[in-house]
Design a protein. Sequence first.
Length: 302
Amino acid sequence: MKKMVLMLWKKIRRMRAKLEWKNLVILFLAGCINSVGVVMFLAPVNIYDSGISGTSMLLWQVTPERFSLSLFLVILNLPLFFFGMKKQGVLFTLYSVWAVCIYSVSSYLITYIFPVDVSAASPFAGNDLILCAIFGGLISGVGSGLTIRFGGAIDGIEVLAVIFAKRFGMTVGTFVMIYNVLLYIVIGCWFQSWILPLYSIITYCAAIKTVDFIVEGLDKAKSVMIVTTKKDQVCKVLSDTFERGITQIDAWGYYSGEPKTAIYFVVNRFQIVKLKSILSKVDPDAFVTISEVSDMMGSSVK
């Protein structure tokens, strides 16, 4: 561990120029937001977050009072980030460690220093488990989403998932989901009650949807592949209507034996209905597939 810290420190000195202050500020806010969702909504009513954060909450509950949530957040997360540093990169590790430290410190301040009582009920939602589960998940999801969007992670389980998921023949999302399911099963068995783990699943669902919204945005892009024999008419009407770049790919119909053109085009989801209407008029025989785009670089807008 000591060698890893020294190695990280040497790389920090070399990478100071690559650190973006805007990212550090956003990650600071993300850590604070995450702590509000967990400490002021979930922890007071014993609903559990997902991943290492949820594991830290469980250990906080079952260990003596001198061991705080903030302590477990640091102890469990930082080794995972250092472990994944070679694969994820030093910059990602720095951003992640910064976000987790802010999350840890702000959680400690809210719990023990600030004049707010979070010992028996949520300051905002009282003991209403549904409200605490939903809003705790939404707020912590905003924190997690901002962390991911600006170059880091606030939970070490995501790093483990990136490293080990492929070895086990599963996706990163599946790995994280399995970890959380096992965590909630352990919680249910430990306390011999399944009510709070079930509410924790609501929190997890709310958080994951919020993370998707923060990272990808509400207006998700859609990629459209159009196979047509009327490339000039189709491209002209698409270009005039949507004012976006269009890619043409030469193709050949296997059964028809005819030359065709595959047109690749990106729109937002609100333009799909209009696109279909246009294609049905210009070339009703065109073959069209529409897929969701998880991320994009560059711009095809005029």
